[in-house]
Design a protein around this ligand. Structure first.
Ligand code: ZN
Length: 213
C-alpha cells in the first residue's frame, strides 16, 4: 500500500534496534503493515543493524542466554517479525492487543462524539485508539514529548496536510495542532505519546488529567 506520510529515520532505527517503548513499537509495527515504503526502509535498517552486530566485540554470555532470549521473543505481543498483509481495519500487530473488531472495544467518551480506548502496555509511553466522527475535530493541543499518530480509517487534515490510512504524523514539543476529520467517513487512529499533552483551555486540561491524555 502506498502512503504519503512516513516515519522518520530516527524512529525506524529505534524500532530496528529495539529501544523504543512498547507503545511506540506497536504504532511502528502497525505502520509497517500498511506502508510498502516504510517496510523497505526498515528492512535496510535491520540489515544495517545485523552488519554492525557482526563487527562488534564478542561478549561472554550466560549458558541460558539463548533460551531466555527466545522465550522473550515468543511471549512479546509486539514482535518484530515480518508484518502480515493487512485486510481488516486493524493491522495484525494491533489485533494481538485488541482483536479485530472496533465495535467490541470499551471506548470512553472524550466529548463531541470523540472516543478513546487505551491499550495496556509497559511504562514509558501510552498508546490509545482514537475515534473521531466524520467532520469532528480533536481539541487544539501541544506536546511535552513525541506523539505518533497512525491513521487506520478515514482521513484527517492538520496544518494543510491530509493523512489517510497508513499515514503517520509525528508531533514534537514544537508542534501545536488541531486535527480535523474529513466528512464522509469516521476517522480511527492509533496514537502513542511519551509525555502528557498540553491543552490551552482549562476544561480540556482538567479532562486530560482524568483521561490520561
Ligand atoms: Zn497531538
Amino acid at each position: 500500500m502506498t502512503t504519503t506520510h512516513h516515519l522518520n529515520e530516527q524512529m525506524l532505527l529505534g524500532y530496528s534496534a529495539g529501544v523504543l517503548p512498547e507503545a511506540f513499537n506497536l504504532v511502528v509495527a502497525s505502520h509497517l503493515c500498511l506502508s510498502d515504503d516504510a517496510r523497505a526502509m526498515q528492512c535496510c535498517y535491520d540489515a544495517l543493524g545485523g552488519a554492525v552486530l557482526n563487527k562488534c566485540e564478542k561478549e561472554k554470555m550466560s549458558l541460558n542466554a539463548l533460551s531466555l532470549t527466545l522465550q522473550q521473543i515468543k511471549t512479546c505481543p509486539c514482535d518484530t517479525q515480518a508484518p502480515q498483509i493487512c485486510t481488516g481495519i486493524f493491522p495484525e500487530p494491533l489485533q494481538k492487543y485488541v482483536g479485530d473488531k472496533p465495535e467490541a472495544l470499551r471506548w470512553r467518551s472524550l466529548g463531541k462524539g470523540v472516543r478513546q480506548a487505551i491499550i495496556p502496555t509497559a511504562k514509558g509511553a501510552t498508546v490509545r485508539l482514537l475515534f473521531v466522527p466524520a467532520g469532528q475535530s480533536v481539541p487544539d493541543h501541544g506536546h511535552r514529548g513525541t506523539e505518533l499518530t497512525l491513521v487506520l480509517q478515514g482521513v484527517y487534515v492538520d496544518h494543510g496536510n491530509r493523512y489517510g490510512r497508513g499515514d503517520i504524523e509525528i508531533a514534537t514539543p514544537k508542534t501545536t495542532h488541531h486535527p480535523i476529520a474529513e466528512t464522509g467517513q469516521d476517522c480511527i487512529c492509533l496514537t502513542a505519546t511519551d509525555a502528557p499533552l498540553r491543552f490551552s483551555r482549562m476544561l480540556h486540561r482538567l479532562l486530560a488529567r482524568l483521561l490520561r491524555l
